[in-house]
Design a protein around this ligand. Structure first.
Ligand SMILES: [Zn+2]
Length: 151
């Protein structure tokens, strides 16, 4: 196909290329505009790989600005929700399945049947060897009659 790019060439500098010595796997690369630089002038618990404070503050304000702009479009709360939802993406090791939204996946047929299966016996076996030494209270039963302080 004519539109397909050729997969040959040299990496643009600066870069890091890692490959296994037997050459059985695809190499992977990091290409930067700037290689990490040890910055001794950052304040103490900050990473020496932090870029200069001025530019990182600039970045933060840029992100804030974008959120504010989106906020005008969608309303502030929905932007926060969108940010939260992004975090909930992941991979379920029980179902061996990627999911876009954690809550939705937890409600799915496949996951629910796993969660109610006996696949957790291996955990229960270990738990059964532990000693339960908390004080166990009876369940609070809500009293129907409220104590009246009137005469
Ligand atoms: Zn699952």
């Amino acid at each position: 196909v004519g539109t397909q790019k050729t997969r040959r060439g040299r990496l643009k500098k600066p870069f890091i290329k890692v490959e296994d010595m037997d050459q059985l796997y695809r190499p992977f690369y990091l290409q930067f505009t700037n290689m990490p630089f040890i910055n001794y002038s950052t304040q103490k618990p900050c990473s020496p790989f932090d870029v200069d404070k001025a530019s990182s503050i600039q970045k933060q304000t840029q992100v804030k600005l974008r959120i504010q702009m989106d906020g005008h479009k969608y309303g502030g709360s929905s932007v926060q929700l969108q940010l939260k939802e992004k975090k909930k993406k992941g991979y379920c090791e029980c179902c061996l399945q990627k999911y876009e939204d954690l809550e939705t996946h937890l409600q799915s047929e496949q996951h629910r049947s796993f969660s109610q299966s006996n696949q957790y016996e291996i955990v229960d076996d270990i738990v059964s060897k532990l000693n339960f030494d908390f004080v166990e209270y009876e369940r609070d039963i809500p009293k129907k009659k409220r104590i009246k302080y009137s005469f």
